[in-house]
Write a protein that binds this ligand. Sequence first.
Ligand code: NAP
Length: 284
Amino acid sequence: MARTWFITGTSSGFGRGLTEQLLARGDRVAATLRRPEALDDLRAAHGERLWVARLDVTDAEQVRGVVDEAFAALGTIDVVVNNAGFGIIASVEEATDEQIRQVIDTNLLGSIHVIRAALPHLRAQGHGHILQVSSAGGQTAYPSFGYYHASKWGIEGFCETVAREIEPFGIGLTIVEPGATPTGFGSALTTSAAMPEYDRTPAGEIRRAVENGTFQLANDPAKITRAMIDLIESGDTPLRLPLGADTYNHVRASLVARLAEHDAHRDAALSVVRDDVTVASTTA
Ligand SMILES: NC(=O)c1ccc[n+]([C@@H]2O[C@H](COP(=O)([O-])OP(=O)(O)OC[C@H]3O[C@@H](n4cnc5c(N)ncnc54)[C@H](OP(=O)(O)O)[C@@H]3O)[C@@H](O)[C@H]2O)c1
């Protein structure tokens, strides 16, 4: 069945790959990006099935305008993909205020703007699915990625709420969590001046591994975008979709460790309940 998709950040990487695969299979795409000319080749090849608009997701007013225009032009939009984003590699002390603002404005607030703009339309049409591109870094954490994690953990928490709020309207949401993948992500990574104090610490080691290319990018970008399409095609849409052996293994290890630590503090948790309250039985 042919569908209509709205996608942010389609100039490169997953956004561009997804757009190409969808057009090749006969779907319609509302592709948004900061540099519309980057899709001139696809526009020439696919004509009216590709609707293109300039969009910087950090501009909330522009987001509302473009989302409204897309629904008006295309009638129905079945899938909204919040894909635009970038990474920053810097320890907590090394990043500048402007770098912190930009990554939160883009990855967290930008995604929130798109969801808020799309929801009235999705409710009105009575169906639709949101694919929120997060990351393995939305459930795990590494030194030197603190601000990226803040943006991705933040959007995952927000999306858990959104998913519960929109389910009664027949609208779904899936958080997609790719692992490390060769896209434009590496070259778009923001860095800051390194502080020598962090050189021989885990933060410095991870920064060096990323900068000298020894950080493995083991996933296939075309397989990741294919998995997003297959997910929608299957109709079996979980809240989270881990993509990549690195995502699967690292998130699993992180969840197991968190659960063990959580359970180890059961007595402390229960110790602060008021004496006149009876606690429901706990599972640990
Ligand atoms: N590649 C990975 O290893 C990896 C792993 C996990 C998650 N992700 C996530 O996957 C998503 C896509 O990244 P990618 O790997 O495909 O990297 P990419 O090739 O660099 O693509 C990122 C896209 O986001 C766009 N973008 C950045 N800031 C924007 C803004 N303010 N407004 C609109 N568009 C903006 C970029 O547009 P410009 O060309 O204008 O800069 C580009 O089209 C991101 O959310 C990223 O966090 C990537």
